[in-house]
Design a protein. Structure first.
Length: 493
């Protein structure tokens, strides 16, 4: 059986995948190993088995997966002081094998980090999401969801929320600035700019805290052969504006008034250099003795009309509830998350809005210059519910030149995490109504349901070893109808 071959290869690897939440609980060198196989009633891996897995789960099933990692987190502060200088690293290779007899060795993480007090510097590729919300049970953040391989970059920023002591810790800042390399096969030399700034109002132990902030991501520069045939998109040699003198226009997202006299500019770049994607986020957090509640909204934007909120109510709306009872029964709920995503407005059906100073037709994630848009190695960087056409059932893999043929949708999501005795369970369910795009709408509304039930059971006789079992289903008109599962073992150090 092809799906079992990776299990043999697994014997060669001795450490495993890491999650951010786990790595913050213990100090010192840590590692894990996980091996497993995916089975499916069709050739497609179900949506919730492959989604938000940092691009390492094969789209085709039957498949096998080996994940290996070793990492060192920052040391935890003791009761008397916090170490002013610290460092850490992570290495996370993943080996996959699918039914098409294709083997892939992916590097989901390879980074080094150093911290001085509240400031840290990262180099490499690491797992992470961008936005304000529940990182554990979310359907996927709008800007960066963890659905694609992480982009290698350099980053300087705060370690979480850094309180400003002159405000008596009432105000805290979470900020970062990074430069990356968007290395993908279809276009060369693309650079990646990313930054975010978030504010928290309320002391760390306050009952009520308010959050607000913005993130901004830009693909810019690059060249490709296909661009030589498109003088409206690039210069005669197929190059976008790539000189570093354009960097300020990328960072500050503006265009010089005399752009026609600036060598390297095209008519297309006269609006903005590169492809911008981001979200403006707000959140309200309540913490009591018995529960923790977080309400949040990630407002989608790709141009000035989105920043001006003319595309309301587009974005991700969420509510996360975490009970904290004084004592836990044999079965208890750890967290419940409800989300609603809508992307139908897009300011207007057309780019030109008569009588308006703003442009419409936002056409989320698609881009004329970067024809694979807001994707990285074939996977969506942001919410996985705006998916590449290659993921869909053949009936909706439209040949209209758009990499994302369905970016107008409503989606409802429920995530649940619970524990029965020592076994942890996770449930993810989503239902979406899909409309296609303004340029090429579907003939009728396409409904899609996807669900997942997973369990992680400790193996008492094998120290620090868990059995992982998952079952997922896709039913509806968008994805291939299928039922599939995953079975694996994970050992941690």
């Amino acid at each position: 059986m092809p799906g079992l071959r990776p299990l043999v290869i697994a014997a060669l690897l001795t450490v495993g995948v890491h999650t951010v939440s786990f790595s913050q609980q213990r100090a010192g060198l840590q590692g894990e190993v996980e091996i497993g196989s995916f089975l499916s009633s069709s050739s497609a891996t179900p949506f919730w088995l492959r989604t938000n897995q940092y691009g390492i789960v094969p789209l085709q099933s039957t498949a096998g997966l080996v994940q290996a990692a070793i990492w060192k987190p920052y040391r935890l502060p003791d009761s008397t002081h916090t170490q002013p200088v610290d460092w850490g690293f992570g290495l996370n290779p993943a080996l996959t094998y699918d039914q098409a007899d294709k083997q892939k060795l992916l590097l989901a993480e390879a980074y080094t980090k150093i911290r001085f007090r509240a400031i840290e510097f990262y180099v490499g590729r690491w797992r992470g999401v961008t936005g304000l919300g529940d990182t554990t049970l979310s359907s996927g953040f709008y800007a960066v969801s963890g659905n694609a391989l992480p982009i290698p970059k350099l980053q300087i920023g705060t370690v979480g929320y850094a309180p400003l002591h002159f405000t008596n810790d009432f105000l805290a800042i979470n900020a970062a600035f990074s430069h990356g390399w968007f290395n993908v096969p279809y276009i060369q030399g693309v650079r990646f700019h990313q930054k975010h700034l978030y504010l928290r109002l309320g002391k760390p132990a306050a009952t009520v805290k308010f959050y607000a902030g913005v993130n901004h991501q830009v693909q810019w520069a690059g060249h490709a052969e296909y661009l030589k045939q498109r003088p409206d998109l690039a210069d005669a040699n197929g190059y976008f504006p790539s000189d570093w003198r354009f960097y300020k226009y990328v960072v500050l997202s503006y265009t010089p008034s005399d752009w026609k006299n600036v060598s390297g500019y095209t008519d297309f770049d006269s609006y903005r250099v590169g492809n911008s994607v981001g979200s403006i986020d707000v959140g309200l957090e309540f913490t009591t003795r018995n529960a923790h509640l977080l309400a949040y909204y990630q407002h989608a934007y790709e141009d000035v009309s989105g920043i001006a909120f003319l595309n309301m109510p587009d974005g991700l709306w969420g509510l996360s509830y975490t009970p904290t009872p004084a004592h836990r029964a044999s079965f208890h709920v750890n967290r419940l998350t409800l989300e609603f995503l809508t992307t139908k407005d897009q300011t207007a059906p057309t780019f030109i809005i008569p009588g308006s100073r703003y442009q419409g037709g936002d056409n989320y994630y698609n881009h004329s210059q970067y024809w694979q848009g807001w994707s990285y190695w074939g996977r969506t960087i942001g919410t996985p519910f705006i998916a590449p056409g290659q993921d869909f059932d053949k009936a909706y893999n439209l040949k209209n030149g758009q990499f994302f043929p369905n970016n107008r949708l409503n989606m409802w999501h429920v995530g649940l995490r619970a524990t029965y005795r020592k076994t942890s369970f996770t449930v993810r369910t989503s239902y979406s109504q899909n409309y296609g795009t303004f340029n090429e709408p579907f003939g009728s509304i396409v409904g899609q349901f996807s669900g997942l039930l997973s369990a992680q059971l400790p193996m008492p006789r094998w120290f620090h070893t868990d059995l992982i079992a998952k079952i997922a289903v896709d039913t509806g008109g968008l994805y291939t109808q299928t039922v599939g599962g995953y079975i694996g073992l994970k050992k941690s150090w």
